[in-house]
Structures are given as structure tokens and as C-alpha cells.
Design a protein around this ligand. Structure first.
Ligand code: ADP
Ligand code: ADP
Length: 231
């Protein structure tokens, strides 16, 4: 379980996160919403140390990190193993086929043998609806397809949590829908996820928990039905 207490992050004289405390339950989808510039992205990035908060505590399973002290790179690497950030699809390796993009992490980081990695990658591509694209190169994919490969690639690492920052912001509406469908399916399978999105209709469908951030503070922290007033 991932939990933060009194987390603060300042850029210059701007307090992007102001003593934020919350938990991100396992096997559930937590969605972070709020106006542009409210600190959503900074919060998500702080959770795997793409940003280093100045103070507060960070708990991950048995780990308790005092954020006011330096955090070792081995600790950060361990956390990143368990918290895969899905970057927009253009982060794929352009010189590798789609299936090799998915196999890379399991082979070189998890030390799986090639055959096992390939079998699993093929299964994951089928899950995201791209079985027939295994052997093409990223440049031949639409934005929505590339984003689904990026999702398959994170799943292949079997992280405890998957983080997504505006996973469809770069996509046309019809391509957005195919990515959202895949995420809804993954949420149903109880993969722990933390998603930043401005798409409230999607948030309502996918979220177990909603965090509403405004001006670096959490103004709502609770269940999806409580947030949308459908309880
Ligand atoms: P959101 O994701 O809600 O749009 P962000 O977390 O990206 O908000 O940004 C929160 C605030 O922090 C904004 O005012 C933004 O300009 C500022 N900010 C974010 N990253 C940086 C940075 N690297 N340097 C300076 N200011 C930043
Ligand atoms: P998002 O769309 O996720 O809110 P942005 O597009 O605002 O993110 O920011 C993209 C990158 O620029 C991030 O690495 C963020 O830290 C940085 N950034 C955001 N706002 C500022 C800022 N005011 N000054 C410097 N860097 C910033």
C-alpha cells in the first residue's frame, strides 16, 4: 500500500503541493482530478520520485521514507520497479518492433528468458487489442495504438501500481475511447492504478477513489459515488 503524509513540493516560491496526505489503496483505481496547474502531475510524479518533495513521509509497504532527507538511488529504483509510469506512446523505442518493445523490460530488467517474455508480450498485446500489430514498428501506429503498447509495456513489468498522467490528452476522441476501454478492463482486473485525468466521465467509470486537488491541496478524498453525489 502506498501512502503519503504531509507531502510538500515547492518550485521557486510557488508551493505546488501543500502538506498533502492520502492513501492509494491496492487493487483499486485512484483518480486525481482538479483544475489545470493545481498540482496533479506534480503529485503523481512525486510518487515515483520524478519530483523530489521537500518534506513529508512516503510509505510503500514496509518502507517509510522521511522526505526531508536525501533518498538513495537504490531506494528510488526499487520504488520505480513497483510503480510503472506510463508515458505517452512516443516513448516507445522506434527501432524495435511492437512486441520487442514489450519484451525489452522483462528480458533486461526482470531477466526473463526470451520465449517466456515473448509469450507474455503476445498475451498483453492481445489484451490491449493489438495482437495483429506485434511485428510492426512504432512509427506505423496511430497515437491510440502507441499508447496501448505503452500500457502493455508497463503491465509486462508486473508493477504493484501503474501511474498514468493524462493518458489520452494527445489523442483524438475516437482514439481516446479505445485507450479508455483498455484502462477500464485493466481496472476491472484489480490492477492498482493512479490516473490523472481531466475526463470526468471516464473518472466516474474507472475510479474506486477520487482525489480532487486545487491549489496544491486536497479538497476531496473519498469514494467515486461520494464525489459524484450518486450515493
Ligand atoms: P497539473 O498537473 O494539475 O496541471 P502541475 O503539477 O503540472 O499541475 O503543476 C502545478 C504547479 O506547479 C503549476 O503552477 C506549474 O506551473 C508548477 N510547476 C510544475 N512543474 C514545475 C517545474 N518543473 N518548475 C516550476 N514550476 C513547475
Ligand atoms: P502536465 O501537462 O502533466 O500538467 P506540463 O505540460 O505542465 O505537465 O509540464 C511538463 C513539464 O514541464 C514537466 O516536467 C513539468 O515539471 C515542467 N513544468 C511545468 N510547469 C513549469 C514551469 N512553470 N516552469 C518550469 N517547468 C515547468
Amino acid at each position: 500500500m502506498l501512502k503519503i503524509e504531509n507531502l510538500t513540493k515547492t518550485f521557486g516560491n510557488h508551493q505546488a503541493l501543500d502538506h498533502i496526505s492520502t492513501t492509494f489503496p491496492e487493487n483499486k483505481t485512484t483518480v486525481i482530478v482538479g483544475p489545470s496547474g493545481s498540482g496533479k502531475s506534480t503529485l503523481l510524479r512525486s510518487l515515483n520520485f520524478l519530483e523530489k518533495p521537500e518534506s513529508g513521509h512516503y510509505h510503500f509497504d514496509d518502507l517509510d521514507i522521511d522526505l526531508s532527507k536525501p533518498v538513495s538511488s537504490s531506494t528510488i529504483l526499487n520504488i520505480r520497479r513497483q510503480t510503472e509510469m506510463v508515458f505517452q506512446g512516443y516513448n516507445l523505442f522506434p527501432h524495435l518492433s511492437v512486441i520487442k518493445n514489450v519484451m525489452e523490460g522483462p528480458i533486461y530488467v526482470l531477466h526473463k528468458d526470451r520465449a517466456t517474455a515473448k509469450k507474455e508480450a503476445a498475451e498483453l498485446l492481445a489484451k490491449v487489442g493489438l495482437a495483429e500489430k506485434a511485428d510492426v514498428y512504432p512509427a506505423q501506429l496511430s497515437g491510440g495504438q502507441a499508447q496501448r503498447v505503452a500500457i502493455a509495456r508497463s503491465l509486462a513489468m508486473h508493477p504493484e501500481y501503474i501511474f498514468l498522467d493524462e493518458p489520452t490528452s494527445a489523442l483524438d476522441p475516437e482514439l481516446e475511447l479505445e485507450v479508455l476501454k483498455v484502462l477500464l478492463q485493466i481496472a476491472k482486473e484489480k490492477q492498482s492504478m493512479i490516473i490523472v485525468t481531466h475526463n470526468l466521465a471516464f473518472a466516474k467509470q474507472v475510479a474506486d477513489k477520487i482525489i480532487f486537488v486545487e491549489d496544491g491541496k486536497i479538497l476531496f478524498d473519498g469514494s467515486e459515488p461520494d464525489f459524484f453525489g450518486t450515493n
